[in-house]
Every structure is written in structure tokens, then in C-alpha cells.
Design a protein around this ligand. Structure first.
Ligand code: ADP
Ligand code: MG
Length: 484
């Protein structure tokens, strides 16, 4: 039997406003608990919410970026539930008239194919506070700093059929909101998190299977793992004669598995009703047009420009434009180095390798775009070889400093003085009689490959500092002279 997964995602993007959605309290991350919760966030009696228009502008930007219908009238509703970190007893959200209606994004998969994923809606809502379970033995702490932080909840159609498609979609939305500057995209801090709805059905089946929803996953890798795990779990369950129960699950990254949290609630469990404290938001064409006219470059346009302007391959352009910070970084380095292909190789190679190994993102890279640019300039002008540049990069990464400082301090300048190289080549030829003998007695077309050995010897003798181009030329000249 062949199974097919059906996946729909709900993404919560924290909007990058300075103050909260209904109060003037700061939204800055990491403050002492409960120092950024004002009377409105604490739900003290008699307080009233005041809507932060910046959150509206950001939501409209997003709607325009995904080609969506913008709600000319949208309404806040109360979603009622009890939880200790929700002092009002309800979350102010939008159910019936969201600010952003149907839209779509296009995703590109590893094999180069593209697919359109529908966005059902995106609505404004407030975040809740945080319950802290580990700090106080036997008790739960409540931190309300996050209460009232503006969120845009972006709900997709159940259009994805694999974990790969789901991750590509989340990356695309991430790239859009960070390009728009409406969300910092910091997944580790929870500014961008994802609920994954997953069901399975037999291939060819029309109807969807029963879904589970795995909540609040905050890294691309965990999204992929949680979905893969959940697909397997559901298939095993059904093949063993069981049934999938509609429920909310939690992803445990340490165990790499999802586990049941609670049975799924329905919309009517929440007793939604329009919030009487807030007026409907009514916007006109002019308001939308001004925002449309001021939209920054979006990821698809940037990818096309990277291909055009920097002559990048489709794949390189996709990777480098796929993340807003990565794209900006790439452009800064490419401009400094004056070589887009070399820059692409370094950003996607050495830099990405280090970022992955250290589990960090380009926004937090210890090597800045200016530093990498300075390094590539020194490769281009032959001060150092590509191999030595890796050593310089390593030093930059762990100790900081500019390329020039490191090259100077460690004496890594490339030897381009041909006289000096000739001397070393002569020594190598004199010391490696056996290999020289093999070289001269080999058929001419086989000799090219044998140069590598001598090259290695010269590099060893110079600590890798000899200019590889110059060495190859001199070696060929001297060795071929011995053949006649
Ligand atoms: P709720 O608000 O109760 O979570 P929605 O109907 O709004 O439910 O759907 C939430 C998400 O679940 C959407 O992204 C939707 O695409 C997805 N979804 C709905 N049904 C399924 C299903 N059978 N399998 C996978 N995803 C689904
Ligand atoms: Mg949901």
C-alpha cells in the first residue's frame, strides 16, 4: 500500500513592533520577568486596549507580498479559554474577518520543481505570557512580558505532501517576513514558530485522513523531523489496525518524537465573539496603495536579480536569496570582493559549514560580511591562496580580526616571487629522483596528473604559501626540460 501525507501549517510570526499590540509596553526580548507588562497586559479591571497601527501596517505588507485579499474591514474576536499565563481569560484574535484572506506562495524543491501552496488566511492576535516550570520547585512561575506581543498567524491550505515541501514552505514564509522587516525571524527566541498539522491517506484517496497538530516547533530541522516522525507513527498505527485520534501533540527534540498533549478542541469550544472593546478596523484603497508602493524587494524578485546581476546558477541563487540575512550578507561580500562566483562558493561552503557545525545562523555569524569580503579580496589579488584563506577564515571565526591582520600576524603571505619558487622547485626535483625518473619515462599525456606530487612537495616546503599557479608553471617548465 502506498501512503501519502497531507500537511497544513500554522505559523506564528511575532511582529517586530516596538510596543505591544494593545498597550504601550515594550516588546524587547529577554527582560527581567514581569517588567514589561503594563496594566492592560495584566488585565487589571477598567483597562482598555488601544490598537497599535504598526501591527496593521505589517499585516497588510504580508498580505500584499503573498498576493492575498486584504480585508477592508477586519474584526477582533475574543477566544475564550483559561490558562494561568492568560490573565484576561481570553486571547484577542481574529476569526470571522481576518486582516489577510486567501493568498499563495511558490516553493522550489531540491529537484528544481516548483509548487504553489495556498495560504488560507493570516490574522492578527496577541501572544500569551509564559509559564515557567523549572525555576521554582513544586510551583509554576508566570512571566507576562510576552503577553500582548503582536503575532501574525499564517494558516496554510493542506497543500503539502511531504516534509520537504513543508520545510520549503516555512523557509519561504520566513524569507518573506524577514525581507519585509515585519519579523526578526529568530526561531530560537520563538519569534517565528510553527504548528504542523499532519494526516496520512492512501495514495489516490480523495478524502483527508484524521490529522494531529504538533505545536510550537522552533527550528527548520525540528519541523522536518517532527513531520517525518508523525507520518511514520500514523502509518504504523493504521497498518496495525488502529485509528489516528485528532489531538494536539508536542515535539520532544531530545527524544525526536511527538507525544500527545491534549485532545483537539473545536472552534466552538472557545466561545468566540467580537471584542466589544475594539472597533472594527476599516481601511481604504489609499491606505493599501501607499503600503504597496513602498514594499521592499521580495525573495522571488531577489532570486531573479541574483541570476541576472551576479550570474549565479539557479540553485545558488535559490540558496543565497532564500534567507534574507544570507542574501544581504552575500551582496555585501560580493560587492567587496568583486567576484560573485567566489563569494557564492565561500558563503555556501566554508561559512555555511561553520554556521551549521556551530548551530548558529548567519545573523549571529562571528565573521561579518566585511571581514569575509576583506579575505576574498586577498585571494583575488594573490596575497594568499584559497587553501591558506581557509586557515585565515578559521582564525577569524575563532579569534576575530581582519584578514590583513591575521595574514600579517601569522606570516601567511603567499610567495609569488618566482625566483624564490624556482629555488624550491629545484630542491624538490633534486631530492625526488625516483619520482622525476617516473615522470620523464611516462607517456607525455600521463605527465599532467603526476605534477600533483611535486606540487604537494613544494607546498609542504613553503607551508602552503607558494602561489599555486606560479608553482605549476615552473614545475612543468623544469620537469619537461628534463624529458628531452
Ligand atoms: P484549527 O484552527 O482547529 O487548528 P483549521 O481548520 O483552521 O483548524 O486548520 C488548521 C490547519 O490544519 C490548516 O493549516 C489546514 O490546512 C490544516 N489541515 C486541516 N485538515 C487537515 C488534514 N486532514 N490533514 C492535514 N492538515 C490539515
Ligand atoms: Mg490550530
Amino acid at each position: 500500500m502506498e501512503w501519502e501525507a497531507v500537511i497544513g501549517l500554522e505559523i506564528h510570526a511575532q511582529l517586530a513592533t516596538n510596543s505591544k499590540i494593545f498597550s504601550g509596553a515594550s516588546t524587547a526580548f529577554g527582560a527581567e520577568p514581569n517588567t514589561q507588562a503594563c496594566a492592560v497586559d495584566l488585565a487589571l479591571p477598567g483597562t482598555l486596549p488601544v490598537f497599535n497601527e504598526e501591527a496593521l501596517r505589517m499585516a497588510v505588507k504580508f498580505g500584499l507580498a503573498i498576493d492575498a485579499n486584504i480585508g477592508r474591514t477586519s474584526v477582533f474576536d475574543r477566544k475564550n479559554y483559561f490558562y494561568p499565563d492568560l490573565p484576561k481569560g481570553y486571547q484577542t484574535s481574529q476569526l470571522f474577518f481576518p486582516i489577510v484572506g486567501e493568498g499563495h506562495v511558490d516553493i522550489t524543491l531540491e529537484d528544481g520543481t516548483t509548487k504553489r501552496v495556498g495560504v488560507t488566511r493570516a490574522h492578527l492576535e496577541e501572544d500569551a505570557g509564559k509559564s515557567l516550570h523549572d525555576e521554582f520547585p513544586g510551583m509554576t512561575g508566570i512571566d507576562l512580558n510576552r503577553a500582548g506581543t503582536p503575532l501574525l498567524e499564517i494558516v496554510s491550505e493542506p497543500d503539502m505532501r511531504s516534509a520537504e515541501e513543508a520545510v520549503a514552505y516555512v523557509r519561504k514564509i520566513h524569507s518573506i517576513v524577514t525581507s519585509l522587516g515585519i519579523c526578526d525571524g529568530n526561531m530560537a527566541e520563538g519569534s517565528f514558530r510553527c504548528d504542523c498539522n499532519v494526516s496520512v491517506r492512501l495514495k489516490g484517496e480523495e478524502e483527508f485522513g484524521t490529522r494531529t497538530e504538533t505545536k510550537n516547533i522552533n527550528s527548520f530541522r525540528f519541523i522536518e523531523k517532527a513531520i517525518l516522525g508523525e507520518i511514520d507513527r500514523q502509518i504504523d498505527l493504521i497498518e496495525d489496525g488502529g485509528r489516528v485520534v485528532q489531538e494536539t501533540r508536542l515535539y520532544d527534540a531530545n527524544k525526536n518524537e511527538t507525544r500527545s498533549m491534549r485532545s483537539k478542541e473545536e472552534a466552538n469550544d472557545y466561545r468566540y465573539f467580537p471584542c466589544p472593546d475594539l472597533l472594527p478596523i476599516v481601511i481604504d484603497e489609499d491606505y493599501i496603495d501607499v503600503i504597496r508602493d513602498n514594499l521592499p524587494e521580495l525573495p522571488d524578485a531577489r532570486k531573479a536579480r541574483f541570476i541576472e546581476e551576479y550570474k549565479l546558477s539557479d540553485y545558488d541563487a535559490m540558496v543565497l536569496s532564500g534567507d534574507h540575512h544570507m542574501a544581504t550578507y552575500f551582496e555585501t561580500v560580493a560587492k567587496a570582493a568583486g567576484d560573485s562566483k567566489l563569494t557564492a562558493n565561500w558563503v555556501m561552503g566554508e561559512l555555511s559549514k561553520h554556521l551549521n557545525q556551530n548551530d548558529t545562523t548567519i545573523a549571529d555569524s562571528p565573521v561579518s560580511a566585511d571581514q569575509l569580503g576583506g579575505l576574498l579580496v586577498r585571494i583575488k589579488d594573490n596575497t594568499i591562496s584559497g587553501n591558506i584563506a581557509k586557515k585565515v577564515f578559521e582564525a577569524m571565526w575563532s579569534e576575530g580580526g581582519t584578514a590583513d591582520e591575521i595574514i600579517e600576524a601569522k606570516g601567511l603571505k603567499q610567495v609569488t616571487d618566482t625566483g624564490a619558487i624556482e629555488k624550491i622547485v629545484d630542491d624538490v626535483i633534486a631530492n625526488c629522483t625516483k619520482q622525476v625518473e617516473q615522470y620523464t619515462s611516462a607517456e607525455p599525456e600521463k605527465r599532467g596528473k603526476m605534477i600533483g606530487f611535486f606540487m604537494g612537495q613544494v607546498m609542504k616546503a613553503t607551508g602552503g604559501k607558494a602561489n599555486p599557479g606560479a608553482v605549476t608553471g615552473i614545475l612543468k617548465k623544469k620537469l619537461d626540460a628534463l624529458c628531452d
